[in-house]
Design a protein around this ligand. Sequence first.
Ligand code: 16G
Ligand code: ZN
Length: 531
Amino acid sequence: SSLRVVYAFAREMHPKTSDVFIQYGTAGFRTKANLLEHVVYRMGLLAVIRSRVKNGRTIGIMITASHNLEPDNGVKLIDPDGEMLEQSWEEIATRLANVSDNDLESTTAEVIKQVNADMALKASVFIGMDTRYTSPRLAAAAANGVIALKGTPKEFGIVTTPMLHYCVKCRNDNTYGTPTEEGYYEKIVGAFKNIRQKLPVYGEYNTTLYVDGANGVGGKKLNIIKKTLDGELDLHLYNLGGNGGKLNLNCGADFVKVSQKPPVGVEHVPFQRVASLDGDSDRIVYYYMDDKDNMILLDGDRIATLLASYVTQLLKSAEAADLKLGLVQTAYANGASTRYITEELKVPVSCVKTGVKHLHHAALSFDIGVYFEANGHGTVVYSDKAKKTIGNIASEGEPEQRKAAQLLLNLIDMTNETVGDAISDLFLVETVLCARGINAKQWLQSYTDLPSRQLKVTVQDRNAISTTDAERRCTSPEGLQNRIDALVAKYKSGRSFVRPSGTEDVVRVYAEADTSKSADKLASEVAQAVF
Ligand code: 16G
Ligand code: ZN
């Protein structure tokens, strides 16, 4: 049959060259780039099957290893509404990635049968990639996989991860926007410009923003956007990938958050706010250097509270009292942020397991859900009910209500609701700071972070650790949680947890306490206990 030819072709073009087991984890498959070619080819096959199961709706394939260093790469699938691949398919992806070339044909047939795919339907797959030098070859392998099962691939070249999510969503729902990079700029940057006309710059807010592009794709795209801005924002871009700057190496959002150090390659002016993106531009944190050269971090928790408080304020002005806003965090959220949200903002908070899919899902249970990981991945999702209510007020409300509702409509347009998006989040943050007339130092004043420390521990089997209660407590190995409890009890405002990483072969340790010395000490004591 013609499929025979397809599998023979796979063996020759994209052979499985490694026996290392690979798993579809929190962020898809991720490992050394040279181990991925056959995996990506097979994800091309799977995307076609998935598209047919979804009645020919478009599926996305993104080639990226996000904040990992240059030698790594990865691949993840995007579902029709722009969200992460449905969880029950992760096991199927893992199975398909690991079979031998000889068994690929029979396993593919099994999968097709299992998910009941009608292989006579059309199938459409959007493919995007980050700036890694290994990405074009992998994107080509993905396209070959798509073609092999007679699907139609469309290659977007180098795009941010959130841009591809956005394009997939638009392709399947044209009310959301135009499924192109230009369409993305028009909607998001257009909404930002629109809102700037309504909310002129005042107070302590200043339009100068420095950006650490992590030598990845986000900085390059901001460089395109910069040319279309007309004084609304004065972007100074650093780490754009030239001058020998290496992707994510000592720069970018993950480096800044985890090491609590400023990135290399960025010029520092005291109190000048800097936005730091990660390698594929789905995360953002802010920071500034004070006049004593200390780095002051404004992380995902801080962005979440800023956005939630502004949306709450606008909902109040719009008198949209029946819309319930909620916030979603993970165990990594700073305890001070959680207290501020519950006690001062009086917004309900839920805590879920690490990984965007968990946060996104939980956020959908609110009329308006704000979700952020402390590491800077997050967005806001608006339910149909919220959009309808706000739309009605914007056209029929009293003048003051209308004004607030129209601002909310601009915010919705500025938001990439499919996934956390550094570029969209950057414009949202700049909008709120401007609306409030505040600088970064004033933004920091809403609450004081508890000092925290993250460590990673290499153990024989990270999966020996299992957790419960949104990863805040562990249930095995026996006795470990009791030891952690005893250590935590020694520290004022102490909190600590351990969890197996979903992206690396390590166990992660998090600790916070009233001083950074205590946080460091608690983290290392807990790390010892894990060993
Ligand atoms: C992935 C997740 C991110 C999570 C991180 C945790 C997505 C798109 N990304 O990068 O949300 O914070 O993994 O990594 O879900 P860890 O399990 O190694 O700590
Ligand atoms: Zn990323």
